[in-house]
Design a protein around this ligand. Structure first.
Ligand code: S3P
Length: 181
């Protein structure tokens, strides 16, 4: 059976948007969720890279975070008008009130909830995240996590993303929670 049959009909007509911290698994889980549903997958950061012909790091350095957020918003706005797909957002996308209103009204928003130690284990050896290029990246991650957690919790669907949990399991949990809506 195609997994799309397990999703509530109303939800199957709108994009599924994954939100959560850097390292919560939005892109890898999103890609597998899209495969399971037979949908397209879009990664917002990849769209920004394609549109600007720059890495996220270069984009931040050249234009600053405010311009990055503006481009992120334009990409999200466009994606809401296209054929339903699974969308992995960057960790900051759901934090803007304007984006939140857009996503909550036009898509099914799923918060991938990983604890701080899991997030740190996943991001600590990666160097491509501008917000963690600080003297104390763990302190930066902690501060971002604490500030954002209450906002991510505004998402209607919450799915744990635990250390060592196979992506397939997270995908199944998402499908189950969307099915119960
Ligand atoms: C950001 C997360 C990144 C990327 C940018 C900003 C954030 O995406 O969009 O570095 O504000 O948390 P990932 O969550 O995919 O790492």
């Amino acid at each position: 059976m195609n997994n799309i049959d397990n999703i509530a009909p109303i939800i199957s007509q709108q994009p599924i948007v994954l939100v959560g911290m850097m390292g919560s698994g939005k892109s890898s889980v999103g890609r597998r969720l899209a495969e399971a549903l037979g949908w397209d997958f879009v990664d917002v950061d990849d769209e920004i890279i394609a549109a600007s012909q720059m890495s996220i790091e270069e984009y931040f350095q050249t234009y600053g975070e405010a311009e990055f957020r503006a481009l992120e918003r334009r990409v999200l706005t466009r994606l809401m008008t296209e054929k339903p797909c699974v969308i992995a957002t960057g960790g900051g996308a759901f934090i803007s009130e304007e984006n939140r209103e857009l996503l909550l009204s036009q898509s099914s928003v799923v918060f991938l909830d990983a604890d701080l130690e899991t997030l740190w284990a996943r991001v600590k050896d990666k160097t491509h995240r501008p917000l963690l290029q600080t003297a104390n990246p763990k302190a930066s991650l902690t501060a971002i996590y604490e500030a954002r957690l209450p906002i991510y919790q505004l998402a209607p669907y919450h799915v744990p993303s635990l250390a060592d949990q196979p992506h397939e399991e997270v995908v199944n949990r998402i499908i189950n929670s969307l099915g119960r809506a």
